[in-house]
Each structure stands twice: as C-alpha cells, then as structure tokens.
Design a protein around this ligand. Structure first.
Ligand code: GRF
Length: 201
C-alpha cells in the first residue's frame, strides 16, 4: 500500500480530508503527520485518527533552514513514505530537501497557479479584479509554487467578496480537490484534474 506522510503547520483541515479519504477509499495509508509547530492544531487531529505524529519547532533553528530540515527529516525517513503531501505547510523548503522527494511531493496552494504564487493570494486576486479564484495541487519543485499542475478547482469571485469570504469558499474546494488529486497521483494519473464550482468529482 502506498505510504503517505503529510506536513502541516496549523489546523490541518486539508490533512484531515486526506487521512479520511485514505481511510475510506484505501488507495494509500497515512504513515506520519509532521509539523514545524509543536502547537499545530492538526497534530491533535492526526493523533485522534491514529496517525503517528512528529513535530520539530523551526524557530530555534533561526535562518538555518538546512538544520531544521535535517531534524524534521528524521521522523519522515523513519516513516518511510512513498509520497510527501504538504498541506498548509508554511515553511519554504530548500532545493536539497525537495530533490530528495522530487516527483513524489505534492502541495496545495490557494490560487489558480501560475497566478499568485506566494502569500496573500486571495487579496491579490480581488485587487486584480479577477472573476475567478481557486486552488491548485501541484508537484513540488525547487522553484516555489511552480511545479507541474496535478489539479485545480475554480471558484467564482462573488460581488462583495473579501479575502476571508473567498478563502472560506476556496478551502471547501481544497478539501474536495486534494484527496481526489492524491488518489489519481497514486494511481499513476498525471493529467490535471479540473473541478468547477460544485462539478461532480
Ligand atoms: C489553506 O488555505 C491552504 O491552501 C494553505 O494553508 C491553508 C490552511 O490549510 N496552504 P490547513 O487548514 O492547515 O490544511
């Protein structure tokens, strides 16, 4: 069975949907949830779902990214994942770390890449007057938010939307897109999955 490790930084809502989908559809098994924040709410959720957890606080490492990555790599390698899923993981990974998992590391980003890599994606879409927003699951490469696109969910911008209201609607679609895209990735499918608002999966 394909082994999946998931990296989180916060509440882990995407992680929860991935674990639930693996449990329900048995296309893979979650072997670790790891976080750069020992206080991340998602760690308790993972424990409650009987998924092994690990946490390495990135703050003591300061600017020593390689040092932090060497530390969080230890529990990841012990778990022996086939695939690494970044899910609300807010640390930028070094090319060395990415190379170790390239071709088997996924991330979900809250914009329709290649538009708006980086942060504050919803506000940037609103400021640009975009009529559509959404989220993207992509393979992680050394360039931030730039790897091959595996799936996208398109979310219409509504009049009066704020970054918060748009983020909330996009998050619902993230929770649909990521599990489906991971299942297809495990099955060896690479053609991008495109979900419209409410379209059947
Ligand atoms: C989500 O908007 C996701 O797109 C971004 O982090 C946010 C929180 O994710 N990467 P989660 O609830 O921790 O999964």
């Amino acid at each position: 069975m394909t082994r999946v490790a998931i990296l989180i930084s916060g509440g882990g809502s995407n992680m929860v949907r991935l674990v639930e989908a693996m449990a329900a559809r048995r296309f893979a098994t979650p072997v670790l949830v790891a976080s750069n924040d020992p206080a991340a709410g998602g760690l308790a959720k993972a424990r409650a779902m009987d998924v092994p957890v690990a946490a390495v606080d990135h703050r003591p490492f300061g600017r020593d990214r390689a040092g932090f990555e060497a530390a969080i790599l230890r529990p990841i390698l012990v778990a022996e994942p086939d695939i690494l899923c970044l899910a609300g993981f807010m640390r930028v990974l070094t090319p060395d770390f990415v190379r170790r998992f390239e071709g088997r590391m996924l991330n979900i980003h809250p914009s329709l890449l290649p538009k708006y890599p980086g942060l504050h994606t919803h506000q940037r879409a609103l400021d640009a007057g975009d009529t559509q927003a959404g989220c993207t699951v992509h393979e992680v490469t050394a360039e931030l938010d730039a790897g091959p696109i595996l799936g996208q969910a398109i979310v219409p911008v509504q009049p009066g939307d704020t970054a918060e209201s748009l983020a909330a609607r996009v998050l619902v679609e993230e929770h649909r897109l990521y599990p489906e895209t991971l299942a297809r990735f495990v099955a060896g499918q690479r053609a991008p999955l495109i979900l419209g608002q409410g379209a059947p999966v």
